[in-house]
Design a protein around this ligand. Structure first.
Ligand SMILES: [Zn+2]
Ligand SMILES: [Zn+2]
Length: 122
C-alpha cells in the first residue's frame, strides 16, 4: 500500500501509474488523482485555445465554451487531416499557426453547416 499525496488515501500499488523517476517506481499520486489532473489541464488548455481563436462562434457570437467547436473550414479534409497528427498537442499547435484554416462554431452553427453541406447524419 502507498499513500496518495493528493487525496491522502492509501491504495494498493496497482492503483498508481509507473514512474521511473520515483524510488518505488510509482507516481506519488494515485491513478484517480492523476487522471483528474490530466482532464482538468486538458479542459484549461482547450479553453485557452478557444480564447486564442477569438472565444466566440464565428457565425452567431455564442461564447459558451461548452458548445464551442473548432471547425476545419474545408470540410471533409478536416477529419483526415486531424488523424495525421500524432497527438492533440501537435494538432492544437497547428491550429494556432494556421488560424485561417479554422473557424470557431457553436454546436448549433456546426450542425447547420454540416446540414447545408449535405451531411444529414449530423
Ligand atoms: Zn489520490
Ligand atoms: Zn453559433
Amino acid at each position: 500500500m502507498k499513500e496518495c499525496t493528493k487525496c491522502g488515501v492509501s491504495k494498493p500499488y496497482s492503483e498508481y501509474h509507473a514512474d521511473k523517476r520515483n524510488n518505488d517506481g510509482k507516481q506519488s499520486s494515485c491513478k484517480t488523482c492523476t487522471n483528474a489532473r490530466k482532464s482538468e489541464s486538458r479542459r484549461v488548455n482547450r479553453i485557452k485555445l478557444l480564447k486564442d481563436l477569438g472565444g466566440e462562434c464565428d457565425k452567431c457570437g455564442n461564447s459558451d465554451v461548452r458548445v464551442l467547436q473548432i471547425d476545419h473550414i474545408q470540410a471533409g479534409e478536416g477529419n483526415a487531416h486531424r488523424k495525421s497528427f500524432s497527438c492533440r498537442r501537435a494538432y492544437w499547435r497547428f491550429i494556432r499557426e494556421n488560424r485561417k484554416l479554422f473557424q470557431l462554431l457553436c454546436a448549433n452553427c456546426h450542425c447547420i453547416k454540416s446540414y447545408d453541406e449535405g451531411d444529414y447524419n449530423a
